[in-house]
Design a protein around this ligand. Structure first.
Ligand code: LHQ
Length: 264
């Protein structure tokens, strides 16, 4: 597989994947998600790689779903397209991270919004620069959290905070994210890359098998299972994507104006 929308690098025992659409704040389109899945699978299979870093090129980590993707603008069937995107393009990426038998570190600079926020939180350890922000952007466009958000957020920060984050869609600065346990560590911007690299180096020298087993144990600690929750999120997202408010949200975004939600 050749890579254009992600950069795949290997250095010693560390694999690094960089989302590479900086002009769109690394928004996630289907081709990018396919490459991301391919890169994750390549690193999963490479026994010489023992830790993985996921980051973004440019001033943002990832702005979530590419809201200009043609499939979201084709009118009838938009809900089906959203559900299909989750099933076919997002879930394989998230499961590749969850199933990866080595630690994955998210190195977050700038904004991590919507699916981009939950992509970062799906990683095993999240480190962020002090100017980074985490944003459950979904309700801003009339959608519900997907990409494992409803699974991971209550586990990280408790139900009260998780609900507020998801309902209010407010930006959480990295320092606050560290304080409430949303992420592992907030670092000075100038130390982010070196900090993530040092963590990866340490993990790459650690008990890789044990790390894989720890990930398995944590993954199976939920009552219904991660896959079932992803399926549930898909079904709910399909309903949200059929709403008038989603249509308004995406139209307002394109017109660069605040949305006027009607509750429809
Ligand atoms: C973008 C995006 C973007 C395209 C910035 N798309 N271009 C949904 C449906 C289907 C399946 C799966 O799951 C999902 C879940 C989701 O992810 S829904 C949530 C989608 N994401 C958002 O709603 C966030 C939208 N973006 C924003 O609110 C802002 O751009 C943030 C707060 C992220 C950053 O704001 P700024 O730092 O002020 O940057 P900007 O808005 O000026 O963006 C820079 C450029 O990137 C700009 O393009 P332009 O041509 O004007 O320079 C944006 O249009 C573009 N961009 N996000 N998601």
């Amino acid at each position: 597989m050749s890579f254009n929308l992600v950069i795949l690098e290997r250095q010693d025992a560390i694999g690094k994947i960089t989302l590479n659409r900086p002009e769109r704040l690394n928004a996630l389109c289907r081709p990018l998600l396919q490459e991301l899945r391919g890169a994750l699978e390549a690193l999963a299979e490479d026994r010489s790689v023992r830790a993985v870093v996921l980051t973004g090129e440019g001033r943002g980590f990832c702005a979530g779903q590419d809201l200009s993707e043609p499939a979201l603008h084709e009118g009838a069937g938009i809900d089906e397209e959203v559900a299909l995107s989750l099933d076919r393009y997002y879930h394989p990426v998230l499961l590749a991270i969850a199933d990866m038998e080595k630690p994955v570190i998210a190195q977050v600079q700038g904004v991590a919004a919507g699916a981009g926020c939950n992509l970062a939180l799906a990683c095993d350890i999240v480190v962020a620069g002090e100017s980074a922000t985490f944003l459950q952007a979904f309700t801003r466009i009339g959608l519900v959290p997907d990409c494992g958000g409803s699974w991971i957020l209550p586990r990280l920060v408790g139900s009260a905070r998780a609900k507020a984050l998801m309902l209010l869609a407010e930006e959480v600065p990295a320092s606050e994210a560290e304080r409430i346990g949303l992420i592992y560590r907030c670092l000075p911007d100038g130390e982010l890359a070196a900090g993530a690299q040092a963590l990866a180096q340490r993990l790459a020298q650690g008990p890789t098998k044990a790390y894989g087993l720890i990930k398995q144990a944590l993954k199976e600690s939920g009552a219904e299972g991660y896959g079932a929750q992803l399926d549930l999120e898909r079904d709910l997202q399909k309903q949200a994507a059929a709403s008038g408010d989603f249509r308004e949200g995406i139209t307002a975004f394109a017109a660069k104006r605040p949305p006027r939600f009607s509750g429809s």
